[in-house]
Design a protein around this ligand. Structure first.
Ligand code: GLY
Length: 575
């Protein structure tokens, strides 16, 4: 299961060409507000709301609905997500969790004997047993009611316009189409089983050309949301079609599942780095905790060694070794302790304790990496689709929002009348206990399937605040690579003084403790890899690692700067 699914997700990711220095198209400065998404039309949808007098949350909601239309392989109304908002006036962070949840009948045994076969992938990856109950529409409607200022029908206007005008196909669309068609060809029954995906999202199997127009089929579902709010999705025609089509594909999501749709407001996990407050995503994400753990360990290393990370040099072997060590410790803890905190006890305070960070830092050997079993043990004494966008305004308000349908084109299950493409988020659970999931992540009992439970996520929407105003909003797409790419973006901006565009474009590494390999993007010099190998790391060259969108005030604070990752061909917009 793992290898095939991993390839499925990462073929498109690895094909993202790591461009040399960032192209100016990926970076732009604005006076009053900025939106950086991974598609230009989605950034523009948010910027339109800012121009029409909307706030950052209005901009985020319009961007998200537009992304459902223009990045359907990554995220959308058939998926879920997390939104972190910084309200500069009230000086408070708001976290909205609209992650998908397991159906009410789900059980830890539901995938037993349903792994990969010669004819199909695991049932947690494709088909009617793969989707968890979608949360995006509930989350966006809740955000609009609670924190937005414009009516929902206005927020949906850009998305609906994009359905009607069509969207020019870009390089990312070519990549995801190639990847999905390869899978459909590999399993002969798939073309019939997933004929709606083939017809409505994959140009009937005919390769796209750059500039062809893609007409999203989501208009009917989006129009019902514009007219009836969340009920337009969770009741009525879309809901009935969802229940029927999932059953036709061998799964079961009932109307009762669709009634449990209130998103959770959660308390952000919070930390500090170089004097900035960090507000990021708590469980059911593992990303925020891992980000705070890693940054704390690096800061504690600075204190202990009386040296600064800057002095090591950006992407030097010494710096990358330290970074990797902090990541390996954080991912080992992720594997052991993290799950949906509504169902399992996640020791958040202990994981984020500065003393624990200091102790971890003291175990870092600057000359040698440790054996895998030597990570995560200290605490023990007392387991792509996806899209991220960031919004900021001149008053210091910000939104960091990451949304997903999990793997590229999710479960492949499409509602032919409504156009909705359903997620395969069930694979983010430890679906086959003891086996790594599609991202190669090992996970514990804390993340086994249970009715109504949310699968553990790596999505890491993050906002840094200084003196009450947002200083950086960022996050990314790419499974567990989200965590490591977001951490490196924060470090690039806060430690090495890079602009948002430079921060998201710079070459990256990734380590998730298991498997024990250090992925190094092609732009990282060979001699740097060699020096990392000499410290015991198993270094593998890699194509693009995750895609990050970041926004921040420029140096001097006169403008707002947006950076969309060249790895996914987005472009910021603003006013
Ligand atoms: N489905 C990817 C994540 O939530 O981490």
């Amino acid at each position: 299961m793992t290898t095939r699914a991993f390839g499925l997700l990462f073929v498109p990711v690895c094909m993202w060409i790591l461009l040399a220095a960032h192209s100016p198209a990926y970076s732009q400065d604005f006076e009053r507000g900025v939106v950086a998404a991974d598609h230009p039309a989605a950034s523009e949808a948010g910027a339109e709301m800012l121009r029409r007098g909307g706030n950052v949350v209005d901009a985020a909601i319009a961007t998200s609905f537009a992304l459902s239309v223009v990045r359907p392989a990554s995220c959308g109304i058939g998926g879920g997500g997390f939104m972190v908002i910084w309200d500069a006036k009230e000086r408070r962070a708001v976290v909205i969790d609209y992650r998908e949840r397991a159906p009410l009948w789900a059980s830890r045994e539901m995938y037993d004997g349903r792994g990969d076969t010669a004819d199909s992938e695991s049932a947690s990856i494709r088909g009617g047993l793969a989707p968890a109950v979608p949360g995006t529409v509930a989350g966006l409607c809740y955000a609009a009611e609670s924190y937005g200022s414009l009516p929902l029908n206005i927020l949906l206007e850009p998305a609906l316009r994009l359905c009607e005008t069509g969207v020019p196909v870009d390089e990312h669309d070519l990549e995801v189409q190639t990847s999905a068609l390869k899978t459909l060809r590999k399993y002969p029954a798939y073309s019939q089983t997933y004929d709606s995906l083939l017809r409505l999202y994959l140009n009937n199997g005919k390769p796209w050309q750059i500039g062809d127009l893609f007409y999203s089929p989501q208009g009917p579902a989006l129009r019902r949301i514009a007219s009836h709010g969340a009920s337009g999705f969770y009741d009525g025609e879309t809901a009935r079609e969802l229940v029927r089509v999932v059953a036709e594909h061998g799964g079961k999501i009932g109307l009762d599942d669709l009634k449990v749709r209130i998103p959770a407001e959660r308390v952000a996990v919070q930390g500090e780095f170089r004097g900035a407050q960090i507000f990021t995503m708590p469980p059911p994400s593992s990303g925020g905790i891992a980000l705070l753990q890693s940054l704390s360990v690096l800061e504690e290393w600075e204190h202990k060694s009386a040296r600064s990370l800057n002095s090591l040099g950006h992407n030097s072997p010494e710096y990358l070794h330290l970074l990797t060590e902090s990541l390996k410790h954080a991912f080992a803890d992720r594997a052991e302790f993290l799950g949906d905190s509504d169902f399992v006890d996640v020791p958040i305070q202990k994981l984020l304790d500065r003393k624990y960070a200091a102790e971890t830092a003291s175990h870092i050997d600057e000359n040698q990496t440790l054996r895998p079993e030597e990570y995560g043990r200290f605490f023990g004494q007392d387991d792509a689709g996806t899209s991220h966008f960031s919004v900021m305004d001149h008053q210091g308000n910000a939104v960091a929002c990451t949304e997903t349908i999990n793997l590229t084109f999710g479960s492949f299950v499409v509602l032919p009348e409504s156009g909705v493409l359903l997620n395969n988020q069930m694979d983010d659970f430890a679906a086959q206990p003891g086996q790594p999931n599609a991202f190669g992540l090992l996970q514990s009992e804390a993340n086994v399937v249970a009715p109504g439970k949310k699968p553990l996520s790596s999505m890491t929407p993050t906002i840094l605040v200084r003196d009450g105003k947002a200083e950086l909003a960022c996050g990314g797409s790419g499974g567990p690579r989200i965590i490591t790419a977001t951490i490196q973006t924060v470090l690039n901006h806060e430690v090495f003084g890079m602009s948002p565009a430079e921060s998201v474009s710079a070459p990256r590494i990734h380590h998730q403790w298991f498997p024990d390999e250090l992925l190094s993007e092609r732009k990282i010099e060979t001699d740097v890899d060699e020096k990392l190998r000499s410290r015991g790391h198993v270094v593998e060259k890699s194509g693009g690692l995750a895609a990050v969108q970041a926004v921040a005030p420029n140096v001097g604070g006169t403008k707002l700067s947006g950076g969309s990752d060249p790895r996914k061909h987005g472009r910021p917009a603003g006013n």
